[in-house]
Design a binder for this molecule. Sequence first.
Ligand code: NAP
Length: 515
Amino acid sequence: MLPPFKNEPLTNFNDPAQRAAFEDALKLVKSRFGEKIPLVIGGERIYTDDTIKDTCPANPDVVMAYVSKGAKEHALLAIRTADRVFQTWKYYDPDARARILLRAAALMRRRKHEFSATMVYEIGKNWMEADADTAEAIDFLEFYAREMMRLHERQPVVDYPGEENNLYYIPLGVGAVIPPWNFPNAIMTGMTSASMVTGNTVILKPASITPVIAYRFFEILEEAGMPAGVVNYLPGPGGAIGDTIVDHRLTRFIAFTGSMEIGQRIFQRAAKVQRGQLWLKRTILEMGGKDAILVDDDADLDFASEQIVISAFGFQGQKCSACSRLIIHEKVYDTLLEKVVERVKKIKTGDTENFENWHGPVSDGGAYEKILEYIEIGKKEGRLVAGGNKAGFPGWFIEPTVIADVAPTARIMQEEIFGPVLAVCKVKNFDEGLKVFNNTIFGLTGAYFGKRRDRIERVRREAYCGNLYINRKCTGALVGVQPFGGFNMSGTDSKAGGRDYLQLFLQAKSVTERF
Ligand code: NAP
């Protein structure tokens, strides 16, 4: 029997042996720099002349890999292939499908540091963030394997005399899996494994700045025994091949995580029924956030400041769950702000290849420019109290930045910046604070620091977001423990890592036999 699901433990980097093992993994990943990576469609490796030059954000002159770039014809081939393979994969025993995930989890666990080290170079995660990302990917594999086995069991229906009644969960068809770059292992692995373990076939289009980690995962699936063509690895610019995949009549569902703009675009395009299309496409769209932490006048300010800084600046603020709005009761505003600024000034920014650097580069040149522009906007909308500058060369480094005295309606309080920028707003009382907390088009995560029971209960009820935390940071949801996903413009209300998630990739069939 399979042991119950348990979250993957994080690595203790205080242990010199673990540090040394991680250094070895960094060396291994570095030794592959400049490698050529193919597309893989139906098990066939295809090398294109035109490639994605995958560079390191800490040093954009360093090319990690030349990744083959899928064009329209590859997208069409991948869809046709996935459709063909679906005709057999849909009947593959669900428990056997689950076992491919369990084997993949075991393989990733054995090469854990190598996966994490890949993210250190490819997207600038620090060691702990990269380690947590890999642990979450393993969790998704383990969790969804068990979930598929549960859904494959006999489902409870009411007995009816003279008949046998059953309800079966069956797959949907060909799915487009379009993940973001910010949890390039965890989210990509989660969305892909959920799609395939449920019996669907997949076009996996990784984010264009993190295709290497996705390829490493794909290789693991092959090693774990996934039949050719169940997942098809198709890197390529979303702007060029995204519409082709989303629009195609054979695409049955789209699982996307990324920005609100692209999520809305996919939602609209998927709604159009194409000639010859037999279904309404299903969309599972996880989008942006503008997450707030509300601090009341009786909060433990030392603890809150520590948790705020981790929430706002972990992985350079590039988490959908990152705290980007800090709302403080006026009675403790000055004291808490000072503590936050003091703590921010201690953060070490630099190349995360070096364990000592907690705060790395932002993702790429485009994000770098956009974040710096928002800092300029912020300087006009409030008072710069920490950071505000570029932070050294040659990478995309920006100082962790705090802008105080910002109005609730300011652009930096409303628009997702997706970088190390925290806007701080003062409120007169708890009621006003809650109002500001909810004053957003998003609704992903949030946190409240305070001690009064009546207020905590009101926050539990009235704070409108998918993942709410009381007296702790607003990042770091664990698979199975805090199923993850947001409301309103943060997405289609799904909960990754929860018991409802796999049903989004399935349809239920009721079968009655009369004897
Ligand atoms: P993004 O720019 O929207 O890209 C996400 C994915 O969509 C990428 O694979 C991208 O490919 C692809 N894409 C781009 N244009 C497309 C099109 N026209 N059709 C189909 N696909 C297309 O987002 P990102 O910058 O990677 O990720 C950051 C965003 O993700 C933030 O807004 C963050 O809040 C959100 N996020 C949300 C969650 C959640 O659970 N709600 C979790 C993590 C991140 P290319 O890379 O080739 O452009």
